[in-house]
Design a binder for this molecule. Structure first.
Ligand SMILES: NC(=O)C1=CN([C@@H]2O[C@H](COP(=O)(O)OP(=O)(O)OC[C@H]3O[C@@H](n4cnc5c(N)ncnc54)[C@H](OP(=O)(O)O)[C@@H]3O)[C@@H](O)[C@H]2O)C=CC1
Ligand SMILES: O=CC(=O)O
Length: 280
């Protein structure tokens, strides 16, 4: 049977990295515990679709659901099963992943009517890989664990291409990126960032788009601005000053007002260009 392995490594505790793999063999080469079974996937957008696709290609028995039903079709062609609601996916699977746009959709899919929590039970697991804030994650965790199921918050660092290539880095810290105030070991933070897409390679990934002024969407600008909003809100809650994020957020807001919300976030450079024009 195919095996889906979830194991924490590196840093330990709140800063641990999640190594996630699905292989056609049930034996773990490292000898560590894993599990075999049915895998659910909720949210088949830019990121979710290639992640689910890789699971299927690796031999996992995958069941999908997406708000817009038609986005399931390519996955069904690859052999995925379909269920009509998050609750149905959760009840028919051993572990269910969710890759949703933002906190609101993550809560709706997990805790709303016919949400995943309704299909959870002891022995099952729910892994939210969307990028959300700590309060949202705790709320979802509360709903899921109240059913006796397990919950893991595991946002990913990477983008469309790393998702397609199976090279995403899963971050399993409870409170992300805002220093010891939110309980994160800064050494682990540095280690994790140095291995992720938010290290210097992001510049080589986005720089060419900025130079060409062509922004094919890998990570929508609207989602980047949402993440800045989440970071600002968390920082506010612990009175932490994050001036660079605040400044970046202003720039992303300008970019959104220019109609660039659905472009790749590298289009933020257009906001700088607009400011220059204004100052002429
Ligand atoms: N793109 C990237 O490079 C990266 C993105 N992320 C994070 O991953 C997450 C997903 O991003 P991405 O795949 O790019 O975004 P997309 O906009 O492509 O996908 C968003 C998904 O959320 C679903 N969704 C939105 N609102 C609702 C709702 N109210 N109810 C149910 N489902 C809903 C969409 O369904 P529908 O198809 O019906 O619209 C879609 O499946 C975000 O949290 C983002 O911050 C993390 C790392 C990199
Ligand atoms: O949400 C985006 C990321 O790369 O992290």
């Amino acid at each position: 049977a195919p095996a889906l392995r979830l194991r924490g490594c590196g840093g330990g505790g709140r800063g641990a990295r999640l190594v996630f793999s699905c292989s056609a063999s049930s034996s773990s080469p490292s000898g560590e515990g894993g599990f075999s079974g049915k895998v659910g996937f909720l949210g088949l957008g830019i990121m979710g679709a290639p992640m689910a696709s890789n699971l299927i290609k690796a031999g996992c028995d995958v069941t999908v659901w997406n708000r817009t039903r038609s986005k399931c079709d390519p996955l069904l062609s690859l052999g995925a099963n379909y269920e009509p609601s998050p609750a149905d996916v959760a009840s028919s699977c051993d572990v269910t992943f969710a890759m949703l746009a933002d906190p609101e959709s993550a809560v709706e899919v997990a805790c709303g009517a016919n949400g995943a929590a309704e299909g959870m039970a002891p022995g099952k697991g729910y892994v939210d890989v969307s990028t959300v804030d700590a309060a949202t994650s705790k709320l979802i965790g509360k709903h899921i664990t109240s059913t006796g199921a397990s919950f893991l918050e595991a946002p990913v660092s990477g983008s469309k291409k790393p998702a397609e290539d199976g090279l995403l880095i899963f971050l399993t810290a409870e409170g992300l990126l805002l220093s010891e105030k939110v309980g994160l070991d800064p050494n682990t933070l540095v280690e994790v960032i140095s291995q992720g897409a938010i290290s210097a390679p992001m510049f080589s990934l986005k720089g060419p788009s900025m130079v060409k002024a062509a922004y094919p969407t890998a990570f929508p600008l609207k989602h980047q601005q949402k993440d800045l909003r989440l970071a600002l809100s968390l920082a506010e809650s612990v009175s932490q000053s994050i001036p660079t994020v605040a400044a970046a957020n202003e720039l992303y807001k300008v970019a959104k007002s220019l109609g660039l919300a659905d472009q790749d976030f590298s289009a933020v450079i257009e906001a700088l260009k607009a400011k220059e024009e204004q100052n002429k």
